[in-house]
Design a binder for this molecule. Sequence first.
Ligand code: PLP
Length: 407
Amino acid sequence: GTSRAASGTATAELRRRLENELEDIRGAGTWKNERIIASRQGPHLRLAGGGAAGILNFCANNYLGLSSHPEVIRAAVEALEKFGAGLSSVRFICGTQSIHKDLEEKIARFHQREDAILYASCFDANAGIFEALLTPEDAVLSDELNHASIIDGIRLCKANKYRYKHMDMQDLEAKLQDAQKHRLRLVATDGAFSMDGDIAPLREICQLAQKYDALVFIDECHATGFLGPNGRGTDELLGVMDKVTIINSTLGKALGGAAGGYTTGPKPLIDLLRQRSRPYLFSNSLPPAVVGCASKALDLLMESNAIAQSMAAKTQRFRSKMTAAGFTISGKDHPICPVMLGDARLAAVMAEDMLNRGIYVIGFSYPVVPKGKARIRVQISAVHSDEDIDRCVEAFTEVGRKHGALP
Ligand code: PLP
């Protein structure tokens, strides 16, 4: 009687509040729609209900085109058949198979680190590391534009928190000086930042870390597999593989795109994470098919850097042709190519018009990026053909002229 009535009132009140909040999101123009894809991930997509004509996709993190690579898919099917759909267990109870240990060993070898630990996602790896590693006696220094999952991970820990201005080494140095009073200092940064396609100044960060006796942590989600001469990441690109202590990265982007994340670094750190890291301890083991995908992706990359080079060549083609056409592309040499437009409406209407021409790109505006810095983010993949790239540049040129972004 009364309790049901009370919960009925509470539900009605909840609905009202949620609907108001949803209306606020719509009103702010930040509502995110999900497009429904009826095909595999790849450079050419078919949208659900979109007819026979495909669209050209420039907004996946499928940098190396491995998400639908036939060998990656076959490896997943084989792992599924041999090792089952899943473990129905966390790792330390009955959720560790030989393939989990093999993949961890392979990840450590790929990054030239001592050991690695798998998570269900890099979000989990970031959520799990800071709390396990840092105490109230320690300090963490974080770039203000770090990924949301790093920010959340840091929130969960009790260390003293410093936030330095984006890639600002003077500010980082000042904060390191202040943090000298703490027992241990950890500098945390994205290796490559996904909104700007810019790369953290790791050489300078590592120098400062050395000077002020700090550890360096990097999130390599937008670098693993393709940055650096052998695709090892930002640390390889900038020649500091021996100076970065901890790497977190994802298996859900360049490395096959299925799911999963990891931490790689010193063995005692990995051992500690297995004992203390909450998203590892209290969440299900990675499914065998997912392990199979990532393991095959790493094999392909360790055999040859041809795929990464092909992506780099296409990135270069896109960046130089777009610049020649009169556009400003943020970042340098990174397959994330933000076409800087400034005005939020312009970015939105241009992205829409690109889709009308069969090219799928996404506009970003405030609050995802700073006010007045709206952009369309284009992401290049090794499986785009030169023709795909050229079609994209042509469409941008037409649409840019039409809407006044180009003269
Ligand atoms: N860190 C960065 C920089 C990312 O871009 C992402 C992307 O989603 C993540 C972490 C989370 O990775 P995952 O999708 O594996 O949870």
